[in-house]
Design a protein around this ligand. Structure first.
Ligand SMILES: [Zn+2]
Length: 56
């Protein structure tokens, strides 16, 4: 049983629910990310951790 849910917002990979297993991440805006893009996004956020100094 495989239920198509949508596409990864970043890479366009098919996000689906397979035998009850969801192969992606649902964002609050009802967009989907695959696990790979979600991990990349998390790492990018962590790398920008010291971005607290806002230049105006
Ligand atoms: Zn992706």
């Amino acid at each position: 049983m495989r239920e198509y849910l949508g596409q990864c917002k970043i890479c366009g990979k098919e996000i689906c629910c397979e035998n009850g297993f969801f192969n992606g991440v649902l964002l609050p805006e009802h967009d989907y990310l695959c696990f790979k893009c979600d991990q990349n996004k998390q790492q990018a956020l962590e790398k920008r951790g010291d971005d607290s100094s806002v230049s105006q």
